[in-house]
Design a protein around this ligand. Sequence first.
Ligand code: SF4
Length: 465
Amino acid sequence: MPEKISGIEKGSRKESLCGETLEQGEYFMAKVAFIEPSCSFNSYGYFRFPLMGTICLGTILKEAGHDVMVFRDSVQSVYDKSKGWLHEALTKVDVVCLSLMTSTAERGYLIADAIKKVAPKIKIIMGGPHPTYMSEEAINHADLVVKGEGEEIILDAVENENLTGIVEGPPVSDLTKYPIPDLSILTEKKLPPRQAPISTSRGCPYDCIFCTVSATFGRKCRFREVGHVIEEIEKRISEGFKKLFFYDDNFAINKERTKELLRRMIRKNLKISWSAESRTDIAKDKELLELMSKANCSTMFIGFESVNPETLAVYNKKQSLDDIKNCIKLLHDHGIRVHGMFVLGSDADDNSTAKETVKFCHEMKIDSAQFALLHPLPGSKLYDILDSQGRIFTKKWSLYDGSHVVFKPLKMTPLELQEKFMYSWKKFYSLMRNPLYFAVSRYILNKWEKANKSAIAELKARFKK
Ligand code: SF4
């Protein structure tokens, strides 16, 4: 019988990737490097939020006896094309797994190609949202592309050298059976995440047109057992973390279960503050708000998306402007800060929308905000709509990061919409009294402007006002 650790069967390979025959009872132990490639703009990057997928899959492999490292290219670059430099460790592993979003796909392909050039025997595996929807493209740079969820297939993907091509990772039925993510596999010891990431559920019953969550993880939500989540929070506290960030796409999708989690956190007197993402309907439940406040919720990241009611309808957001106003007021009444997330550029938005959005944020005293440009991610309904209308003018994936216009808006020129992005960030943070937020936003914007001079020049040349 194969040995089991945390419910996971250890590998059954008979030889290592280098061809060494293993003795009976010995298990194949691979050296595996996970990479999160960087993208040009990432407002979350400053806060050093790592992706959960690489850490969760890496932990499964580590518990099965493999040697695992997770590289975050945005924190510690792994490849410099201009200098022909590739991180040495990446040439000395058996397997490299790249987790790709659409905005990081091009960089991921570059890194994968560079590794293959130097060390052709290394098995390259790709997964994540972009390879899930663009698998035929990704396989040109990988030996194996895993579509969907990786947990059930990662051991076989690493241990079975004959598993190549494009495969489908089945959806995980029980999120509790996997080990608690081991953050020690992150390589950037000098720049660890400021907040401990934690994910307790998957899926979303809503169907916003720009989002791929429900298509990828399903509209029926799956949850980890509350006790398992509490165990993870206690582990993070023992590791010295003072803050948590719940990565769930909607922290309160099942309000009763969220309340149960919060009650347990309060009963156990867990000394850690936390933030989470949610919809405005979180504020419709008074008891939930009270529990959040008592359980040390510091900031809620809310997907307001727009202050234009027509845009909310176009996005299929199923929330009103009154919902947004009530949500901000009630969160503030409970001492919880509000981070507003907005998406500019719907077919109902015009040249006045960005100004109205910033004005609304100030009137409602939102504590912090981010303004993304609408972008059609492969796998989203928006992508199919705009593609069928011939309005997507570039499929340069590195521009699909929410800071670049990549399609023709209906009521503005692409250049005008691009200018609204800069305007929103500058105006909102220039009026803020918080000097730290002001400095950070300026730093991010200056960096963005410097890096995007040619992209803006191209947009100007192509789409004059
Ligand atoms: S944007 Fe949020 S609410 Fe809408 S489908 Fe995506 S995860 Fe669900």
